[in-house]
Each structure stands twice: as C-alpha cells, then as structure tokens.
Design a protein around this ligand. Structure first.
Ligand SMILES: Cc1cc2nc3c(=O)[nH]c(=O)nc-3n(C[C@H](O)[C@H](O)[C@H](O)COP(=O)(O)OP(=O)(O)OC[C@H]3O[C@@H](n4cnc5c(N)ncnc54)[C@H](O)[C@@H]3O)c2cc1C
Length: 375
C-alpha cells in the first residue's frame, strides 16, 4: 500500500505537467500511467503540436494561452531544451469563415498582432501555397509548434527530480472515496491519496463515470509526405499552416526531418466506443482527402507517404474543454475532453490543476470550461 497527498492519474500531456507543478511545490505526489509516457497509445504523440494565440475557437482561451506560453518558456529554461519553435502560423480561409472571423475577433479583443494577407500576397510570399479562390491569410508570428513527446519527457524528468514518484504500466481500475481519502485500485499496489488529479485523456469517461457530460472519442490520422521543395522546409521559414476549405480543415508543419511534411485533417474523424477500439490502421478515405488537399493547395509537395500514425481526440459536445474540481467529489480535480486542441495548453492546465489541489482555487479564468455549462 502506498500513501500520498495527491495521485495524478494519467501522466501524458496534461498529467506530466500537473505532476511537475505538484512535485515542485513540495507536495507528496505520485503519478500513475497505464503505459510508459511519452508513448504512442493516446493523444500526445506524432512529433509536433501547433501552438497559437489569436484563438479562433473562442477568445476566452487567450488568457490561458498567455499563461501556457509563459509556462512552456519556463519548462525550456528548467530542462535546458528547446521545445517551442516559433515558425509563425499561417491560417487561410474565406473572410466569412469560422477561422478568419474567429482570429480577427480574438486579435481585436485581446490586442494581438496578426498580419493579414490577400490571396495574391499569400502566393507571392509563399510560392508553395495555392489558396482556394477568394481565400485570405492571417499570419501570427508569435506562434509555431511544440515537440510533443519532448515536452512530456521534460516534465516527467523534472517532476522526478523534485521528488515525484512515477509508476508506469500501472492502470487505475477504480477509485472510491472514503473517510476523507481516495482508495485507488490498480493492477499493482493499492494507493491511498488525499486528493486525485484525473488526466486520463481518451480514457477520461471510464475514470469519471458520473461526469454527466458525454465524451466522444475519435480516431484521427497523421501523414508525412516526401518533400524536395526547399520552400516547405523549416529552415526556409515556412510556417505551420491551417486551411479552412469547403472540403474540410487541413493543417500541417514545415519539414523538420527526413520524413518530410506532416499533414492532417482536423475536422471529422472516426467515432469509436472506447480507446480499446483504437488501432494504428490506416483510413484510406481520410488519406485520399488529405492528398486531394495537397494536390490543390500545396502542389509542390509529393503524395509519396513516408510515415503515418493514428491518435485520439476526445470531444465534448461544444468542443471546449472540461476543467475544474468535480462538483460532487471534494478533492477530485480534472482536465478532460480536450477536443483535439489541448496540447498547447498542457503547461497551463498542469499549473491550474496543481493550484486546485494545493489551494482549492485558481486565479486563472477557467469558469467557461466548467462542466456546469451543460446542466
Ligand atoms: C492527431 C492529433 C493532432 C493534434 N494536434 C494538436 C495540435 O496541433 N495542437 C494542440 O494544442 N493539440 C493538438 N491535439 C490535441 C492534443 O494532443 C490533446 O488534447 C492532448 O495531447 C491530450 O492530452 P491528455 O493529457 O488529455 O491525454 P494523453 O496525453 O493521452 O494522456 C492521458 C494519459 O492517461 C493515461 N491513462 C488513461 N487511463 C488510465 C488509467 N485508468 N490508469 C492510469 N493511466 C491512465 C494514458 O496512458 C495516457 O498516458 C492533437 C491530437 C491528435 C490526436
């Protein structure tokens, strides 16, 4: 039997950050994970994740993003590793579309610097891009990508240095709350914790069966394509890109290694009942849609596939996160339903979960992410 102040269940993207902040504050904390993070079985793998500030999804995320940028910067300093690469992010869409209108709204409300590009200016500045007719571009320079596995690895190493215990290949089968503490039944020892922080990613619904908000897990795919055009390379200042087209939302990254250019479709995805139904199998239909996008908008890129991966999104009904303290269980704090856009926030979410466990409150503006919005 192990006892601790806080047990973090799931030490992937968010849980690794929470473990670090709890350990750094001197809390007796243990991290538990069914695999050995960073791993390729959940939602935090596949080399890179986009980070951007002028958030088209909802302007209320901007203060949390500012906090996240600051915290990633602190992680780079503490670990002495470069984790964030400020390539800029170019987002292309119709002026009336969700993306361009959302960026303009966030930028205006939060006084953010975003450069507008006409159709012609995009073509002149980025010779490898052919935007759909009538589309414009928004270039955010203080944006780019994070190395996803390296971030998790850095947090876990630092957490251990600060005294966290990490138990990998340890699945939490169930928890019960009794006499002011949580008993966690695992495939190993029984764990007693005064509080728990649940960061189970695609497994969140199994860990919080009474959350009362439906979570839908989607299988999503990532593709890398061979490239011999210098204009798509990181060292040629090619930015991360996202296109909102009539045929869907596609995004990708400048080439950073021999696998070429990484691309994916952001909307749609294959619903699965539980993460146990996930597999790395290819979805040919999805792949052909990505390749149709490549041929029309990135015509200098080949469609010779060098690598592919599958990953999971965990969607809430409104595609905004669930974050906070459980309304019915004192001492249970969670981040769930990150809806395919959560990694960039992981550093801030880790801080917030640590604040909730240590102080019972946070000064970060997270009310709009409360599960109470669905009741
Ligand atoms: C293809 C793809 C592309 C994406 N692109 C972006 C992007 O560009 N930018 C962005 O910001 N976000 C992006 N996202 C979303 C982002 O990656 C996720 O929101 C984020 O990584 C989820 O982190 P998490 O900690 O919730 O889940 P995970 O990192 O999956 O962590 C959950 C952990 O919980 C563990 N676990 C689960 N159940 C148990 C249990 N019972 N006992 C013990 N351990 C357990 C798992 O093993 C896992 O390690 C993308 C996601 C995908 C799939």
């Amino acid at each position: 039997m192990i006892t601790c102040d806080v047990a973090v269940i799931g030490t992937g993207g968010v849980g690794s950050a929470a473990l670090y902040y709890l350990a750094k504050s001197g809390t007796k904390v243990i991290g538990l994970d069914r695999f050995t993070p960073p791993h390729a079985h959940g939602s935090s793998h596949g080399q890179t994740r986009v980070i951007r500030l002028a958030y088209f999804e909802h302007p209320d995320y901007v203060p949390l993003l500012r906090q996240a940028y600051q915290a990633w910067n602190e992680l780079e300093t503490a670990s002495n590793r470069q984790l964030y690469f400020p390539t800029g992010v170019l987002q292309i869409g119709s002026p009336e579309g969700v993306v361009v209108r959302g960026i303009r709204q966030s930028a205006e409300l939060h006084q953010l610097s975003v450069d507008s590009f006409s159709h012609e200016e995009i073509r002149q500045t980025f010779p490898g891009i052919v935007p759909p007719e009538g589309h414009v571009g928004m270039l955010e320079r203080d944006a780019g990508y994070l190395l996803v596995s390296d971030c998790i690895d850095a947090y876990l190493n630092l957490a251990k240095q600060h005294g966290a215990e990490l138990k990998t290949e340890t699945t939490v089968h169930s928890w019960t709350y009794r006499d002011g503490q949580y008993d966690l039944e695992t495939n190993g020892e029984l764990i007693h914790a005064k509080q728990i922080v649940v960061c189970g990613g695609a497994w969140a619904a199994q860990l919080m069966t009474d959350l009362k908000v439906p979570l839908q897990v989607l299988r999503k795919h990532l593709y890398w394509y061979e490239n011999d055009f210098d204009g798509y390379r990181h060292d040629s200042q090619f930015p991360v890109f996202l296109f909102e087209t009539k045929a869907g939302i596609y995004y990708g990254f400048p080439q950073i290694d021999d696998y070429g250019v990484k691309l994916a479709r952001h909307d749609q995805g294959q619903p699965i009942a539980t993460p146990a139904d996930h597999s790395q199998d290819e979805d040919l239909d999805d792949r052909l849609q990505v390749e149709t996008f490549v041929k029309s908008c990135l015509p200098k890129l080949s469609t010779r596939l060098t690598r592919q991966a599958a990953c999971m999104y965990t969607m809430t009904p409104d595609e905004n996160f669930l974050l906070g303290t459980h309304p019915e269980h004192e001492g249970l704090h969670f981040a769930a339903g990150l809806s395919g856009h959560g990694f960039k926030f992981a550093s801030a979410l880790g801080q917030i979960l640590s604040d909730l466990a240590i102080d019972g409150q946070t000064s970060s503006p997270i009310e709009f992410l409360s599960p109470g919005r669905f009741s």
